[in-house]
Ligand binder design. Sequence first.
Ligand SMILES: [Zn+2]
Length: 206
Amino acid sequence: MVFKKNYPNQLFHLALITAEEILGKSGLNAILNFAKLQKFIGNYPPDNMEMEHTSEDFARLTAGFIDVMGEKGARSLLFRGGVRAFEISHEQFPALFDLDGVEPENKVPEKMFDEFKRIYQIIVDASINMYGDIYKFYDCEEGVTLEMSPCIWCKDIKTEKPICFVQLGYQHGVTRWVLGKPAKVEEVECIAAGDDKCKFIIHRPK
Ligand SMILES: [Zn+2]
């Protein structure tokens, strides 16, 4: 499975406006400096679908967070970034992940996790379109599993423990929207930490 070569400006625009909201302008500028992404300081990519970014830009942003905050500090900020990235994209760019007009439909409590799976499948399909065929999404004992290999967030990064917390935060945001409260999410394997894939479990609420 391989990455697509390029990604739309809107995706990196989203990443930078989200990071600025979390860190403030000067905090984000420090990270862009460490991440060797100085060309984006005060110069965010335009909000359009031109394909001008590579997976390196996203992984460098993760690496910049780790350089500036340390691995542990980076994790909680990346998680918050993922939550906000979902909320901002859902409000401002719903078409980016094919969520334009998509609403949770079957609100019977025992059907809500199936409803979540239906909607998350739409997001996974949109992501495959954008990033390439790097995903597996399937039922598991705890709920559902998402696998990414390779991974846009941790390409060429080495960490002690899993680091793809943007993905986890995004999942937290989607479950909170569909289920009315966030489900438990965890990254149980991570390429940066030496595994052969990044593996996320979204738990079915009890
Ligand atoms: Zn990863």
